[in-house]
Design a binder for this molecule. Structure first.
Ligand code: FRU
Length: 478
């Protein structure tokens, strides 16, 4: 079959399964596939007035399978339009799948770089390939694929997820790999996007950061460079960020600090957009571990809210919901200035069946230093709950009292010098994202409250606590 025929077959299958998707846990304002499986965001690029989002997609099932590139675009990062599937396995070199990769624009042409995968002797052979488009919708695979046909001796058979970017008039490509039990990123350089020269190992694990680094991303931020990787071989895979210096001549990134980009269980394979002034990031809002209840409902996987990255004056990495997220607000459900002194305050219930909810809590210094502020979301049907709070200068999400997703207690440090803290909580029908003010202070989890109606209750400990509260109804799915 030609590439076009493979795409057409997948589209027919997808349309048939979209009609059978069960609505229960469908999200209102997060990106998700029309039906069936998705994982990593791919090819994030701003091209001719649209944010294009591609993603790892299996149109033939709600579990992972041979990978296609699904495709959507958005003008505002909030509402999006599904487009035809962009890439299908169709050639010898990508017969087992079109794995993750990136996109750049050059002279009006959109270039997708992806990993072609084929099976040989029980192993997945991984090579780097390209497809191009002038209309941003139909893609042709390069006749000279694979552009990089084998890993260098610094790498291994795990050799995937090319991320291409431009610096100082030249093109660079970071490829994820691993060797001798340590994750690493390999660097290539090109003047024409077609022929690539291997430069060397861009960065590698210090021995504690995973055995294989998937989905690398490299970009400047303020006066620093950032390297993101999604490691395999760590307990509970989490995206790692490194802040450091990039030497483009030597092809070497020197890390100065590192941490986890999000502390929750459902955040992986992040990527940032090419072609935007701001550094906007999306990640797969799900994980390789754990049960996914929506698979029985004919779909699986979603993307996080778009997030913006910045360095604060102290040089820490901050992660915020992109400004566009405020455009989701359609009605103010509650606004209050409360003083809590040990008692609890009931908030209006969050009815997630009809729309999403955002809660904004402004807490004064007491919660940040000795006290505690907590908000409990209890499902009306099952009586189980999750708690979001601030305690001991940490932001936390505790899901141990709910069987709706991964059970655990996840936390992130807050900026100690800040006298007040703002916490933003985004609830959708089956997701929860929390943002605080600290180094990469965000926690993302999929939750599946059975009734979809959450009773919300605020409580405090440790002396009178001033809390400014706003609760917003967010956009409903159209
Ligand atoms: C990350 C990942 C990538 C790979 C893709 C396959 O989640 O394992 O390394 O390209 O998913 O779908």
């Amino acid at each position: 079959m030609t590439h076009e025929e493979c795409l057409a077959r997948a589209e027919r299958e997808l349309a048939a399964s979209a009609a059978e998707v069960v609505d229960t846990f469908r999200l209102h304002y997060h990106f998700m596939p029309p039906a069936q499986w998705m994982n990593d965001p791919n090819g994030l690029v701003y091209f001719e007035g649209y944010y294009h989002v591609f993603y790892q997609h299996h149109p033939f099932g709600s579990a992972w399978g041979p990978m296609y590139w699904g495709h959507a675009r958005s003008r505002d990062l909030i509402t999006s339009e599904h487009l035809p599937i962009a890439l299908a396995p169709s050639e010898d070199y990508d017969a087992a799948g079109c794995f993750s990769g990136s996109a750049v624009e050059a002279e009006g042409v959109l270039h997708l770089f992806y990993t072609g995968v084929r099976e040989k002797g029980g192993q997945l052979v991984q090579v780097q390939c390209r497809a191009t488009s002038t209309d941003g919708i139909h893609f042709e695979k390069d006749p000279s694929n694979p552009l990089i046909g084998e890993p260098p001796s610094d790498g291994s058979v795990d050799f995937r997820d090319p991320k291409v970017w431009r610096h100082g008039g030249r093109w660079y490509m970071a490829v994820g790999s691993g060797k001798d039990g340590g994750g690493r990123v390999l660097l290539y350089r090109s003047d024409n996007l077609s022929s690539w020269d291997y430069m060397g190992v861009l960065a590698e694990s210090d021995g504690t950061q995973g055995s294989m680094w998937e989905c690398p991303d490299v970009f400047p931020l303020g006066s620093k460079h950032v390297l993101l990787v999604s490691p395999m071989g760590t307990r509970g895979r989490r995206v790692i960020y490194f802040l450091g210096e990039m030497d483009y001549e030597a092809g070497r990134f020197t890390p100065e600090s590192w941490g986890e980009l999000d502390k929750g269980p459902d955040f992986y394979a992040s990527q940032t957009f090419y072609g935007t002034e701001r550094r906007i990031l999306l990640a797969w809002m799900q994980s390789w571990e754990g049960r996914i209840p929506t698979q029985e409902h004919r779909w699986a996987g979603a993307l996080t809210l778009p997030r913006e990255l910045a360095l604060d004056p102290a040089g820490r990495l901050r992660v915020y919901p992109a400004a566009e997220a405020a455009g989701l607000r359609i009605e103010l459900l509650a606004a209050d200035a409360l003083v809590l002194n040990g008692e609890t305050a009931a908030l209006p219930p969050c009815d997630l069946r009809s729309s999403g909810v955002e809660l904004v809590l402004g807490a004064d210094g007491a919660a940040v230093s000795g006290g505690e502020l907590a908000i409990r979301f209890k499902d009306m049907g099952s009586g189980e709950w999750v708690t979001v709070g601030i305690r001991g200068q940490r932001l936390y999400l505790d899901t141990r009292a709910a069987a709706w997703g991964e059970r655990g207690c996840y936390s992130s440090g807050l900026a100690p010098e800040q006298r007040s803290q703002e916490v933003r909580i985004f609830l959708d029908r089956s997701s929860l994202e929390v943002f605080g003010e600290g180094e990469a202070a965000c926690i993302t989890a999929r939750i599946y409250p059975p009734s979809g109606v959450l009773e919300a209750e605020l409580s405090s400990q440790g002396g009178p606590l001033k809390v400014d509260l706003a609760m917003w109804k967010l956009q409903a799915r159209s």
